[in-house]
Design a protein around this ligand. Structure first.
Ligand SMILES: [Zn+2]
Ligand SMILES: [Zn+2]
Length: 138
């Protein structure tokens, strides 16, 4: 079991999870680009019951590719995006790896929505690259 601990930029929101990650990946979709203000987002997915959050969070919903809601949580004070949940993946929550106390545990080996990746993005050698969403295992 891995331990994940982190929080937002201002420290008002903290979270912790002890879990075997379900998957981790770098998402180059245009929604993540817009929402992070960057070129991609880095997420580690864990079972939702494993994650505990302390502090008040805001919630934002938008439609994913599937047409179903994606729910993101953020700190209402400093606006750091902390987690996202795709309602198509019930029981799974994705932690934004950049908010971990030790973001170095994240390995950017799986890249999704590469069709909208920025042209200057260099992929690590041996990285798995999918043009959109990879077919779900299981
Ligand atoms: Zn904050
Ligand atoms: Zn995305």
């Amino acid at each position: 079991m891995a331990q994940f601990k982190g929080g937002c930029l201002c420290g008002a929101v903290r979270y912790a999870a002890t879990a075997e990650p379900i998957f981790s990946g770098v998402c180059h979709c245009t929604n993540c680009q817009k929402h992070t203000g960057s070129a991609f987002s880095c997420v580690i997915a864990v079972p939702k019951p494993a994650l505990s959050i302390t502090g008040r969070t805001g919630e934002f919903r938008h439609k994913g590719d599937s047409g179903k809601d994606v729910i993101t949580t953020f700190c209402p004070v400093c606006a750091s995006r902390l987690t996202s949940e795709a309602t198509v993946m019930a029981g799974v929550v994705m932690i934004e790896a950049g908010t971990l106390d030790d973001p170095g545990v994240f390995e950017g080996k799986t890249h999704i929505y590469c069709a909208s990746a920025q042209p200057w993005v260099a992929f690590p050698e041996g990285a798995a690259r999918f043009p959109t969403m990879p077919p779900m295992a299981g």
